[in-house]
Design a protein around this ligand. Sequence first.
Ligand SMILES: NC(=O)c1ccc[n+]([C@@H]2O[C@H](COP(=O)([O-])OP(=O)(O)OC[C@H]3O[C@@H](n4cnc5c(N)ncnc54)[C@H](OP(=O)(O)O)[C@@H]3O)[C@@H](O)[C@H]2O)c1
Length: 326
Amino acid sequence: MKAALRDRYGPPDVVELRDVADPVPSDDQVLVRVRAASVNRADLDGLTPRPAFARLFLGLRTPRNHRIGIDVAGVVKMVGAGVTRFKPGDEVFADLFAFGQGAFAELACAREKAFEPMPTGMSFDEAATLPHSAILALQGLRLRKSRSIQPHDRVLIVGASGNVGPFAVQIAKSMGAEVTGVCRTDKVDLVRLLGADNVIDYTQVDYTRTGERYDWILDTDSHHSIFRIRRALTPRGVYVTLGGKASRLFQGLLLGPLISLMSGRWMGLMIWWKPFNLEDVATLKALIAAGKVAPVIDRRYPLSEVVEALRHVDEGRARGKVVITM
Ligand SMILES: NC(=O)c1ccc[n+]([C@@H]2O[C@H](COP(=O)([O-])OP(=O)(O)OC[C@H]3O[C@@H](n4cnc5c(N)ncnc54)[C@H](OP(=O)(O)O)[C@@H]3O)[C@@H](O)[C@H]2O)c1
């Protein structure tokens, strides 16, 4: 089979398409003929580790895992002897982040528990956009133990035009919130089309300096100091950051809990991420079936152009999800 692999860290150019032996599923594994995969920021963060300390886990000088790609949708080709939930021909999707990756390949092989049946009536391209980003959006819009968004809350999605943001805008709208999206100039129309009530162009306006207050801020790529962001929160407001520069992540991790202790606000880094959590997958399927969430696909690339697909996302040109088709 053909598979996208990399032997060193670096920009998308380090990725090569190679011919490798077809994987053979072990007892508890499922072999899937990949029909579509999608690109996430996490793929790029793995190519050149971001934050840099991620090398401690990924491999100090070179990556331990050569496979790439986490979001996958396809058809079961073969199952191991111990597999009970799937049979050849079943249509499945998965987030392979915790299962060795390898979505950017003609065949993907992982443990049975990695996979779920595809949402009814959905194409492979659409299903492949969901596992990583839509679940992150869902989990970033509620706290682990307590608060969640209430109808009429004012919600700000920073990075509304990326991978996670478009799902977050739609999910927050489905909760009855008044949603403001933050993005660059040429993506303002996209964020409006997603259903945002207001859009802020971050090249023109700094949301921390407008005097507006929000009940919930979900930040996909943190650019501001936590103290400035605090000014944009209501007294019981919540700020959840998913990613960004290491300095911002440390602020969220270390200062966030202090601010949360000393005030009614909650601020911090999302550390409760459960990739492809079953309950959240069910919630997502229900939102899709109700027509409240729909993927936005910017472009499709064949597997042979996987490097171009990664570059398109890395350079911030994508207006929605980028799908790799087999
Ligand atoms: N915490 C966890 O457990 C966890 C788990 C998995 C992944 N993650 C992280 O979650 C994040 C997911 O993000 P994603 O995939 O949606 O990223 P993405 O697709 O790269 O989107 C980044 C967004 O940030 C926006 N942006 C860029 N510069 C900005 C600025 N100066 N001000 C405001 N917005 C700006 C971009 O807007 P434009 O495109 O309009 O420029 C874009 O909408 C990644 O950082 C990933 O590493 C976290």
